[in-house]
Design a protein. Structure first.
Length: 447
């Protein structure tokens, strides 16, 4: 009897397992958004062509539909209540009066816009699509109201490819119909000119900041960053390389708008490749804020006596190094600016040149250009052997500054086959010996 019961129990258990197994289901994830049954009947380029007069407001009165892929959203905070979209013909800024747009319209999502009733205008040359309103009695282009966004903007598929246009600065114009305005572009071989700063304003004023990047051909463009960007307080990238950004204009000024700091791929060495036959080239374009202590890769800035160091000097477009004992309170000052090591092995006719200026003549202040073959990199360079070089130096006026003049060509042939250091040595004191000296465009060539 027990055997029969055990057999029945085993049969029931097997049947139960089979039943549970038969009920088990594998549930597929719901499909992601797909493109709606809407067809664009014009291109972004054709829509932008309707707006030909800067500052005008062109309201669309026909059933125009455009589509494009989002190439920049508001996730980082550098864009506010706006997106940039692209199709195969161009890019356009879309104004939407809502926050956290990236949740619904992230980069890579295709969107369709029913443009009838919307207005296209521009802000100093960069076109925008939104709604026309009256603000303080004047016409204004505003974002599509949050409650009306779904009427005009229809989301489509996600994760569409977003590929930047690799361009050169000369390909970018400031005309409103420029092919690349409002699109995601890539520029190569650029670096920030001021390595000491952050991407934007970190003070309570929250001001948008314009920074400059420059390539090795001395072409420059503005990078504009909001103080509300989540990377505003980060120090700018310290190297050289490629940058992705939305291309915009402000009048005749070319501007880049970053999507995020990760689009700044300045991971290569900062210094530009030296021209053939050039052993040292320092133009001081990478210096920081005016009057701050001068910091240059490979250079030594030493206040050996009096603790007075060389400073950054910025006068409009001119960037250089300056030194003065004025207002330091140091009765005796000895300061050095010393180059990186320069290997003259293989040089056939090495030469040194630089530009210099002087200002506010005050007492007997010594400024000399020196060379050493045994400097060991210490903060007491006076313990090494230095030889003065025959440079032409500017004469300081009693007030103001002289023009920059050339040092003349300084022959370094006596040092062929050796490793040398070039220094700019300043000796003065406050008061009575405070004449200011400035240097720029230091160059050593092998030929």
């Amino acid at each position: 009897m027990n055997k029969i019961l055990r057999l029945l129990t085993a049969i029931i258990m097997v049947a139960s397992i089979g039943t549970f197994s038969a009920c088990k289901r594998t549930f597929d994830s719901p499909p992601g958004p797909v493109d709606p049954g809407i067809v664009a009947n014009t291109t972004i380029q054709a829509l932008k062509a309707m707006h030909t007069s800067s500052g005008a407001y062109n309201t669309i009165t026909t059933d125009i539909i455009i589509s494009g892929v989002v190439v920049a959203d508001d996730k980082s905070g550098n864009l506010y209540k706006q997106l940039f979209i692209e199709d195969a013909t161009g890019g356009l800024q879309i104004m939407l009066d809502a926050n956290s747009l990236y949740g619904s319209y992230p980069v890579g999502r295709k969107i369709f816009i029913r443009a009838n009733g919307l207005t296209i205008s521009d802000y100093n040359g960069t076109m925008m699509l939104g709604v026309k309103a009256t603000v303080a009695g004047l016409p204004s282009l505003e974002g599509i109201p949050a409650g009306l966004i779904s009427k005009y903007v229809i989301g489509g598929s996600l994760n569409n490819p977003v590929v930047p246009h690799v361009v050169t600065l000369s390909q970018l114009t400031t005309g409103m119909q420029d092919r690349y305005l409002g699109t995601l572009i890539q520029l190569d071989d650029y670096a920030f000119t001021d390595l000491s700063t952050t991407y934007s304003d970190t003070s309570a004023y929250k001001s948008t900041v314009n920074l400059t990047i420059k390539n090795c051909a001395s072409q420059s463009i503005t990078v504009r960053t909001s103080a509300y960007a989540n990377f505003a307080a980060k120090k700018v990238a310290q190297g050289r390389g490629s940058i992705l950004a939305i291309y915009t204009t402000f009048g005749t000024t070319k501007q880049l708008i970053l999507r995020d700091e990760t689009d700044v791929m300045f991971t290569n060495t900062y210094a530009c490749p030296l021209p053939p036959g050039t052993l040292l080239l320092e133009d001081f374009e990478a210096i920081g804020a005016n009057n701050a202590a001068l910091v240059l890769p490979g250079w030594k800035n030493i206040g050996e006596v009096g603790n007075v160091s060389y400073q950054n000097a910025i006068f409009g477009p001119v960037k250089c190094a300056k030194i003065s004992a004025f207002n330091t309170g140091a009765s005796t000052v000895t300061s050095w600016l010393i180059s990186p090591a320069i290997n003259l092995t293989g040089a056939t006719a090495p030469k040194l040149t630089f530009m210099n200026a002087a200002g506010y003549l005050d007492g007997v202040t010594n400024f000399r250009v020196m060379i050493s073959t045994n400097y060991n990199g210490s903060n007491t360079p006076s313990t090494s052997t230095w030889t003065q070089l025959p440079a032409t130096l500017a004469t300081a006026p009693l007030s103001g500054y002289s023009a920059f003049i050339s040092s003349g060509t300084i022959n370094l042939s006596a040092y062929i086959g050796q490793t040398v250091y070039i220094s700019f040595k300043y000796e003065g004191g406050d008061p009575g010996k405070t004449t200011t000296y400035e240097i720029d465009d230091v160059k050593v060539t092998a030929l």
